[in-house]
Design a protein around this ligand. Structure first.
Ligand SMILES: [Zn+2]
Length: 224
């Protein structure tokens, strides 16, 4: 493990709806800063100091006070929007219930276990995978409404695995492209995760677990 002091980046202030993200690139031994959305002239560039973002205003402020010693007065914490806390709690709920699928093989295994356990074989798989993709779409929409431009790659990658596991190869690929495009924007094309997504896109198609079924399963692709 290495440590460093970054004289420029350490001057950036915190926000609970940051407009930029700092990423460490191990290969280049370099820290880079990327805009998460268009930043207006004279608008302050902000990053997250690592507080839980899927938490209420009181929880975030308490965390930052305890760990960093300041009262957060970012736009989200100053907002009087009564729905903000509910949206953050909804995001927490969605991120807890969407299973993490590290790779296509695990996704396929998930489907096989589900098929093995349930008698309504095809239906159970349809329902499970469709439900997870719907949750991903809900989470992306809620992130957008709340102004949090983070985590889209994690969600899109999971959605890709759900589609692959359900034999919807077309949408799986679209989700992978979405994850790659987002990560290039948010962390740079050289970032480890962007490189990983690029490798997934170049590799041969993942196994098609339901190829023997007559009816192809069509889920949903990423939002435009
Ligand atoms: Zn805040």
């Amino acid at each position: 493990m290495a440590y460093g002091v970054f004289t420029m980046l350490s001057r950036l202030n915190n926000s609970c709806t940051p407009n930029a993200a700092a990423t460490w690139n191990d290969d280049a031994q370099r820290m880079s800063l990327h805009a998460l959305r268009p930043i207006a002239t004279n608008e302050e560039i902000t990053i997250s100091y690592g507080q839980p973002l899927f938490a209420t205003r009181a929880e975030r402020r308490s965390y930052l006070k305890r760990t960093r010693g300041f009262d957060c007065i970012c736009g989200a914490c100053r907002s009087t929007d009564p729905s903000s806390d509910a949206r953050r709690e909804e995001l927490k709920r969605l991120f807890t219930s969407i299973p993490f699928v590290p790779d296509p093989a695990t996704g396929v295994k998930m489907v096989r276990i589900s098929l093995h356990r349930q008698s309504l074989r095809r239906l159970s798989c349809d329902a499970m995978m469709a439900n997870h993709v719907v949750q991903v779409l809900q989470a992306l929409q809620t992130l957008r409404t709340e102004g949090i431009d983070l985590c889209a790659d994690v969600l899109a990658y999971d959605a890709a695995q759900f589609c692959f596991a359900a034999s919807d190869m077309k949408h799986g690929r679209e989700w992978l492209e979405y994850a790659y495009d987002y990560k290039c924007r948010a962390s740079g094309v050289e970032s480890e995760t962007a490189q990983y997504f690029a490798k997934c896109l170049q590799s041969s198609s993942p196994p098609d677990p339901l190829a023997s079924h007559n009816r192809p399963m069509i889920l949903w692709g990423p939002p435009s």
